[in-house]
Design a protein. Structure first.
Length: 219
């Protein structure tokens, strides 16, 4: 699906989801939104050494970071846009995905743990894509979907004994929570929240994505 076909849907869903997220997520007092990561400590909170890169790192010094929730409709709408950007800027821009499951989404944290468990077998991207491709079938449910996510792991061909152990492990839960904590330290309040080269990026149209990346590459 190309970028142009997602304009109206993305903008409408993004606004609604961000408003809901502002209610659902508790942030530190005094913060009005994401802040630029302009110190070494904040840079490490934005992209850590084990943060998940989609595809191969770009050769240019441009990094696009998304704090995301796999159950978030706006993140689902942004998914094909980011996929198109990855294709357009392949080899130039580094795309980084950070977990930020919202407490108001019943299965969001479970989905993040499933993706992280797949990542530990080298299949982060396969499970990341699976979550968005199936979001309509499980999103907004108020019952656990652990079994469904486990079936995704089977479809991908993971070692299921390892997957089960990782999915239930404190280490995976803590790994997801660390992304959340990093996001909160940067002022992330809802999803999706984007940063380009450490600067918060709030698109008003789909074209804004290419504009900000073109400017970063030109700079």
């Amino acid at each position: 699906m190309r970028i142009q076909t997602k304009v109206a849907a993305f903008v409408a869903v993004l606004l609604a989801a961000v408003l809901a997220a502002l209610i659902a997520v508790t942030v530190r007092g005094g913060e009005e939104g994401p802040a630029a990561a302009d110190t070494p400590a904040e840079e490490s909170a934005l992209v850590r050494s084990d943060s998940h890169v989609l595809g191969e790192p770009g050769e240019q010094d441009v990094t696009f970071v998304e704090f995301l929730d796999f159950e978030c409709e706006a993140c689902g709408a942004a998914f094909p846009i980011v996929e198109d950007l990855r294709e357009k800027y392949a080899g130039e821009v580094t795309f980084v995905a950070r977990y930020f499951p919202l407490p108001g989404h019943f299965n969001a944290e479970r989905a993040a743990r499933a993706v992280e468990s797949a990542a530990r077998q080298g299949e982060f991207e396969a499970m990341y894509q699976k979550m968005y491709e199936t979001q309509e079938s499980w999103g907004e449910a108020q019952v656990p979907h652990d079994d469904l996510f486990r079936s995704f792991a089977e479809d991908i061909g993971l070692d299921m004994e390892q997957y089960d152990a990782d999915y239930a492990s404190p280490e995976v839960k803590e790994r997801v929570q660390r992304d959340v904590d990093d996001g909160l330290s940067l002022g992330v309040q809802g999803t999706p929240t984007f940063f380009v080269n450490g600067e918060p990026f709030q698109p008003e149209s789909v074209e804004d994505f290419s504009t900000v990346l073109d400017e970063a590459l030109a700079g």
